[in-house]
Each structure stands twice: as C-alpha cells, then as structure tokens.
Design a binder for this molecule. Structure first.
Ligand code: AHR
Length: 493
C-alpha cells in the first residue's frame, strides 16, 4: 500500500467548467453514422431512421455538443449532396476512408437526430477541396430564418448552429487539400469573414495541430494565429493515445503529454496575443481526443469501396478506460482555457458506444468514466495540491502515482483521481479543512483484477464502475483507498 495526500481548497480555482468540455464527434466514417446512429431497419429505429437504443445511451453519456460531419471526411465533402429528396442524392466516393457515401444522412437529418438526442451541433466546413463560398452558403442554409435562396431550400426553423470548425487537420499531409500554415491562415481568415457576414453570432475554431508530434507543431499555431487571431475564437487540438507493446506504465501516464500539449498551445496563443496587443484570449477546442490503437489501423485501410466498412472499431479495456478518465482530468485541469472537448468518436468508430447492425447496443469500458465525469464534473474546477510517490515510466520519466482534479458546485466537491500503480493500492488522505460543511462521501471506482477486461455484445456489463466502501471523514480529513490501476470518483457533500 502506498500513501498519498491531497489538499482541496475552494480558493485554488482553475475556472468554470464549460459543459461543452464533454462533447463528442460523429464523422461519416465506418459505422458511426450508418448502422451507428442511423439504421432505418433496426427494431429500435424511429420514423426518421435513428436508433433509439443508441440515442438513449448518447443521453446517458451526457454529451452536450457533437462535432459533425468530419474529420478527414469533411475535406472532400459537398454538403449540398446531403440535402433535398434522399432518392435524388448522389453516391460519392469518400476519399478519406475510401468508402461509398450514399448521402442518406446530411445536415438536415443530422439536425433531426441532434435535436432528438438533446445535443448541440458543432459543424465543420470543407477547406480542403472547397472554401469560402461553400462555407458561406452552408451558414446561410443552416442559420438564416428564410427569405434567401439557401435558407428557403432548408425550410422550417433555422438550425442556429453556434460553433463552426474552419476545416479539419489542415496541417496533415494526409488531408485532402492539405495546406501550409500560411495558405491555411489566409483561407481561414477570409472564410471566417464571409461566414460572419452571414451570421455574426457564430463562434469559429481554427485548425491547430493534428497532434503534438507534428513537425510543424508550435509554428503552425503561431503562423495561423498571427493571421487569424481577430477572426477566430478557438484553436483546435487533437490527440490520440495508445499502449505501445507491453509498456502499460507509460500508457497510464499519457495525460502528462496532454497537459504539456495544452500548455504549449496556450503559451503560443498568448504570445501572439502579446505581440498583437490584443485583449481577447483564444481558447482551445480539443475537438478530437481518445485512446486509438493507430498501429492496428494500417491493416484496416479500405481498398474495396464499401458502404459501411468496419473501421477502427477498437475494443476498450479497463486500462484504456482509466486512461480516458485521466485524459478528462487533464482537460478539467485546464478548464480555464479548454472550453470545448470532443471524445472521438461517438458510436462504433473508436467509440464509447458500440452497435451491431440489426442487433445490440452496448457500452464500452470507456463509457463509464466519461459519463460519470460529464455528469458530476460540472461547476468550478479546482487544483488539487498533491503529495504522492512517483512511478517510473520509459516515455514520461517519473510521474506521480496519483493524478487528480476536483470540481466544486453547490452540491459539494467531487474529486476525480487515477491510481497509476499497476500493483499497489494507494491510501489517500484528503485535507478538506477549508470545506468544513462537507461531511458525507461516496466512492465509485473503475478497476478490475484483469486490466485487459473488456465489454462485448455477449458480456456488455463485464466492466462497470463499482461502489467502494464509503470514505471516512474526520476532523476535515477524508480517508479513501484507491485500488491499483483505477479511475476514481469521490463525491463529498
Ligand atoms: O477520428 C478519426 C480521424 O482522426 C479523423 O477523421 C481525423 O480528423 C483524425 O485524424
């Protein structure tokens, strides 16, 4: 048993948690849309063809905003293909995933789904093969009440889409229409201007780096923001993590990489702010993040053009779920600057929710820390001041065995913590003396004797959170035991 201590004090405020931190992402990729959220023949499908068993889990997951329609897909997408009578819509080759796109689901169908599922849309425009004109028309189609060509084609109430992404991963050579930072910055500024000329109330996200290891990371953000600082509200960040070989210890520490990534983007944005004598701050939209075993993806590349290929349907283990919980801790720790987060993706494609066509829906192990954090991690994020032993990792050096953050609200305080030790429990002592009114606590944790245990259609509840013995509170100090390799939520009220 290891020992660690934390101090939780309402004075150690990080910032208000924007509920959009708990967003997700639906891309026209693999089976995320078709046989994921949409499957007209499924027994649970509603009149619009959307699976209600899936929508129910989306609501339970607690995502308030969903990015759409890509991802790499958007960089070759004509949004006009997805409007009008479905029978007349073209079948296109999607270049990102070499798939057949039937366009049965377009922006109108997505909005129908989003409204029923209770989520706000976050729309990406194509700055790969298209540009300003198509983006401007899409804003008019979605957000103008009527009386113009595109808004009249839509009919009905405007969609009122608030957050828009100016392209996707435009720094990536794999992107159709990949651009240099200078090329992207110019098109982003002019597209932003035209989109705001249609609807001045929208918020705009400029593409940041596709990951922290990109050779252009840092200089890309600086170049884009020097040109586009005034034109945008957010810069994006994307990150996917996986366990390499049997190095579980490093994998359990990947949140240190996410921390560094966020802090470097913030530093770059604030440098440009200083140079430009700007008062506004650029916030981060971490609009793709998750565990993704990209090393397995090579063999999945689609050479046959199929309609719904099974692409990157990673099955998540207890270890993966603990890492997802830790990445959420990292996002909360930066709640002052990260305002939007999108777990990529929502259904089937590296997703917390899985389906079988015509069959079951179930929760992956990673569903649980996400849903519980989204539900209880609302309020004001608080820094936890920790004293804990270190664990050695080959990729990140020595890291604290406990990683944690707290969130306070009128209901009390919630502590989210991971124990990164593979073998040892941690006896945790929490100093709550500055919160004397808090007296009762509960402890929920995700852990298992088998860190590789997973959920499947046949065993959908093999991995689920467990209630641990209620922590004791005495004299303003809380005592809890965090099991080895675990994600933990301690609610104090
Ligand atoms: O989420 C899968 C893919 O990962 C997205 O399409 C792309 O933006 C990223 O590289």
């Amino acid at each position: 048993m290891l020992n660690a201590s934390l101090t939780v004090d309402p004075a150690y405020t990080i910032g208000t948690v924007d509920p959009r931190l708990y967003g997700s992402f639906v891309e026209h990729m693999g089976r995320c849309v078709y046989t994921g959220i949409y499957e007209p023949g499924h027994p649970s499908a509603n009149g619009d063809g959307f699976r209600q068993d899936v929508a129910e889990l989306v609501r339970e997951l607690g995502v308030p905003i969903v990015r759409y329609p890509g991802g790499n897909f958007v960089s070759n997408y004509r949004w006009e293909d997805g409007i009008g009578p479905v029978a007349d819509r073209p079948r296109r080759l999607d270049l990102a995933w070499r798939s057949l796109e039937t366009n049965e689901v377009g922006v109108g169908e997505f909005m129908t789904w989003a409204r029923a599922a209770g989520v706000d849309p976050m729309m990406a425009v194509n700055l790969g093969t298209r540009g300003l004109e198509a983006a401007r028309d899409l804003v008019e189609y979605c957000n103008l009440p009527g009386g113009t060509y595109w808004s009249d084609l839509r009919g009905g109430d405007p969609y009122g889409i608030k957050v828009w992404c100016l392209g996707n991963e435009m720094d990536g050579p794999w992107q159709t229409g990949h651009k240099t930072a200078e090329e992207y910055a110019r098109i982003a500024v002019e597209t932003a201007k035209a989109m705001r000329q249609v609807d001045p109330s929208i918020e705009l996200v400029a593409c940041g780096s596709s990951n922290r290891a990109m050779p252009t990371f840092g200089s890309w953000e600086a170049t884009v923001l020097k040109e586009a600082y005034e034109a945008v509200d957010y810069i994006s960040a994307h990150a996917y993590y996986q366990q390499h070989g049997d190095d579980r210890a490093s994998f359990l520490a990947v949140a240190t990489d996410m921390d560094a990534f966020i802090e470097e983007v913030v530093a770059t944005a604030d440098h440009v702010r200083a140079v430009k004598r700007q008062s506004k701050r650029i916030h981060i939209s971490f609009d793709e993040w998750n565990v993704w075993y990209q090393s397995r993806f090579v063999g999945e590349t689609n050479l046959e053009v199929e309609q719904t290929p099974r692409l990157i349907e990673d099955v998540y283990s207890v270890t993966d779920a603990v890492v997802v919980g830790n990445l959420l801790i990292s996002l909360l720790r930066h709640a002052d600057r990260v305002k939007i987060g999108c777990l990529a993706q929502l259904v089937n494609v590296i997703a917390p929710i899985m389906t079988e066509p015509g069959g079951a829906v179930w929760k992956q192990a990673s569903f649980h820390p996400f849903a519980l954090t989204a539900r209880y991690g609302q309020g004001t994020a608080l820094q936890t001041v920790a004293s804990a032993p270190s664990v050695p990792t080959s990729l990140y050096g020595d890291v604290p065995v406990i990683d944690s953050v707290a969130v306070s609200s009128p209901d009390g305080v919630v502590i989210f913590a991971v124990n990164r030790s593979l073998d040892d429990s941690v006896a945790l002592d929490v100093d709550l003396r500055s919160l004397p009114s808090l007296s009762a606590a509960s402890h929920t944790a995700l852990f298992d004797d088998d860190p590789d245990a997973v959920n499947t259609a046949a065993s959908p509840d093999r991995v689920a959170p467990k209630t641990v013995d209620d922590p004791k509170i005495d004299g303003g100090r809380l005592q809890a035991v965090l099991p080895p390799l675990s994600w933990n939520m301690i609610r104090v009220s």
